[in-house]
Design a protein around this ligand. Structure first.
Ligand code: AMP
Length: 337
C-alpha cells in the first residue's frame, strides 16, 4: 500500500521552543513510521521577516540538530534545507501567477506582521505578502495531503488548498491533492506563552515567555516561576482567567493526567498554591527538555553527520519535487519541443 505523503518545516529564525516541539515536531516524529515524510528547514521563509541573515547558518544547523535530537530518523523520513531544492522557487513563481493579491492581504498573520513591521519603520516586502504561496508550494511540491503544524497555520493551509484546486481547475488536471493540517486525529492547537496571553513564539519581546529546547534546567525553572498568575480563585469551579488557563494548558501537554487532575481539583476547591503548580510544571518541562537538549549539544559537534543528512535528504527531495514541477509545467503548457 502506498503511504500518504506528509510535509512540514520550521523557520530558522531562533531557537526551537516548546510550541514548535509540542505543536509540530512531536508529530513529525510520530508520523515518520506511517507516512512518507518530508521535513525541511524553511530558510527562505525566514528571509521574509529576518532579512539580515548573518545567523542563518548557525540557526539552520541548530534546527537540523533539533529535528534529529527530537527523534527524526533520516532512514525513515527525508530531511532537507528548503533552499537546496531549486524546484521550489520555480514552482513558487508559477503559483504566484495564480495567487490573488486580495486573498493574500487578508491572511491574519500577514496583517499582524504588517502592523508590527510598520511600527518598527520597516517596509513590507512582496516576499512577506506571498509567504503563503511559498508555503503552499512547500507542501504541494511533494503532492502531500497531511501537514503536521500548529493552529497558527490554519489560514495558510486554506490558501494552499485554494491554490491546489485553482491550478487543477485552470489546467484541467488532478495533479494536486488538497493538503490538511494533521495532529494525530485531534484538532490543531496552539501552545500558549508563559507571559499570560498569546502563543509561545520565537519573536516574543518577553524573553521569559518561551521555553526553548536549548534552555538549561535552571533557566526553565526560572522562566516558569516568573509566569504570571492571579490572586487565586474565590469561588468553587470558577472560570480560569487566561494566564491561569494557559498554565493548565501547558501542564496538560507535559504532565501526567493525575497531576493535572490534582491541580484542577485544588483550583476548583479554591485551595490551589500556584507556587506548587509552577514547580511541578517546571519539573515536568525539565524532564521533557533535558534529554533533547543534551542530544542537540552532541549532534552540533558532529558537523559531518549533519552535512550528510541534508545532502542525502536534498537528493531525495529534489527527485520528488522535480517530478511534480515537470508535471505542473506540462499541465500549464510549458513544454515546447
Ligand atoms: P515557525 O517557528 O513559525 O517556523 O513554526 C514551526 C512550526 O511550529 C509550525 O508548524 C507552527 O505551526 C508550529 N508552532 C509555532 N509556534 C507554535 C505554538 N505556540 N503552538 C503550536 N504550534 C506552534
Amino acid at each position: 500500500m502506498t503511504k500518504e505523503i506528509a510535509v512540514s518545516g520550521s523557520r530558522p529564525t531562533g531557537f526551537i521552543h516548546l510550541g514548535n516541539y509540542l505543536g509540530a515536531i512531536r508529530n513529525y516524529v510520530k508520523m515518520q513510521d506511517n507516512f512518507s515524510c518530508y521535513f525541511f528547514i524553511a530558510d527562505y521563509h525566514s528571509l521574509t521577516t529576518h532579512y539580515e541573515a548573518q545567523n542563518l547558518p548557525q540557526l539552520t544547523r541548530e534546527v537540523l540538530a533539533t529535528y534529529l535530537a527530537c527523534g527524526l530518523d533520516p532512514q525513515k523520513c527525508v530531511i532537507y534545507i528548503q533552499s537546496e531544492i531549486p524546484q521550489i522557487p520555480e514552482l513558487y513563481l508559477l503559483f504566484n501567477m495564480l495567487a490573488y493579491k486580495g486573498e493574500l492581504e487578508k491572511v491574519p498573520t500577514f496583517k499582524d506582521k504588517v502592523r508590527s513591521q510598520e511600527q518598527s519603520g520597516r517596509s513590507i516586502s512582496a516576499g512577506l505578502l506571498t509567504y503563503p504561496v511559498l508555503m503552499a508550494v512547500d507542501i504541494i511540491v511533494h503532492r502531500a495531503t497531511k501537514v503536521p503544524v500548529g493552529k497558527d497555520q490554519e489560514a495558510h493551509l486554506e490558501i494552499a488548498r485554494n491554490l491546489a484546486n485553482r491550478f487543477n481547475y485552470q489546467f484541467q488536471t488532478t495533479l494536486f491533492p488538497e493538503p490538511y493540517g494533521y495532529n494525530d486525529g485531534s484538532d490543531l492547537f496552539k501552545v500558549p506563552s508563559l507571559d499570560g496571553s498569546g502563543k509561545m513564539s520565537k519573536s516574543a519581546t518577553n524573553p521569559n515567555s518561551a521555553i526553548y529546547l536549548m534552555d538549561d534546567d535552571t533557566t526553565i525553572r526560572k522562566k516558569v516561576m516568573k509566569a504570571k498568575t492571579d490572586a487565586g480563585p474565590t469561588e468553587s469551579n470558577q472560570t480560569k482567567p487566561e494566564e491561569i488557563q494557559n498554565l493548565f494548558d501547558l501542564m496538560q501537554l507535559v504532565s501526567s493526567s493525575e497531576i493535572v487532575q490534582h491541580y484542577e481539583t485544588q483550583y476548583n476547591n479554591c485551595n490551589i498554591r500556584y507556587g506548587d503548580l509552577k514547580k511541578q510544571l517546571a519539573e515536568d518541562m525539565v524532564q521533557l527538555v533535558a534529554p533533547i537538549r543534551n542530544n542537540i549539544h552532541d549532534l552540533m559537534k558532529n558537523e559531518e553527520y549533519l552535512k550528510k543528512v541534508v545532502r542525502d535528504g536534498a537528493e531525495q527531495a529534489r527527485q520528488s519535487a522535480d517530478a511534480t514541477l515537470q508535471a505542473a509545467k506540462k499541465a500549464i503548457g510549458i513544454h515546447y519541443f
